[in-house]
Design a protein around this ligand. Structure first.
Ligand code: HEC
Length: 121
């Protein structure tokens, strides 16, 4: 009895540690891809060329190309662009996804993770 309780506790601990490690690693690129492509979420393809999306808009820059330029920049800059683009361009037509409550912080983490995954080398 004792041993199995201990084993259960150990297992719980391992699962807990694995989950918190995943959370610390930042976003989930797979989920970010879904958000970027979903018409009712990011809908980034309305304005940006995004891999795998047909008939994208071209009001904004090709996101894979944009990410090239971010090679030397920090993740926070990319994050801030998605959260509130007005920070960089007060007249931008890009919606402030964070302040307008279109995306949560976790969703923006996922989107940023996805953007790094499509970055051209
Ligand atoms: C209504 C159009 C529109 C939508 C929707 C939109 N954007 Fe943008 N975005 C723009 C425009 C236009 C720019 C160019 C910067 C400016 O406006 O000054 C831009 C710039 C950016 C940049 C900075 C690019 C660079 O080269 O510095 C990133 C990153 C970005 N957008 C990501 C996204 C993501 C991710 C989404 C979806 C969650 C999204 N955008 C949705 C219009 C849009």
């Amino acid at each position: 009895m004792r041993t199995s309780n201990l084993a259960a506790l150990g297992l719980t601990l391992v699962v807990f540690l694995a989950l918190s490690a995943a959370a610390m690693a930042g976003g989930n690129a797979e989920n970010g891809k879904k958000i970027v492509q979903a018409r009712n979420l990011g809908n980034c393809a309305a304005c940006h060329v995004v891999p795998g999306m047909e008939f994208p808009g071209d009001v904004g820059p090709d996101l894979a190309k944009s990410m090239e330029g971010y090679a030397a920049k920090d993740r926070d800059t990319v994050w801030q662009w998605v959260w509130d683009a007005r920070k960089f361009d007060p007249d931008t037509i890009m919606p402030p996804f964070g302040p307008n409550k279109l995306l949560t912080k976790e969703q923006v983490d996922d989107v940023v993770e996805y953007l790094y995954s499509i970055k051209k080398k």
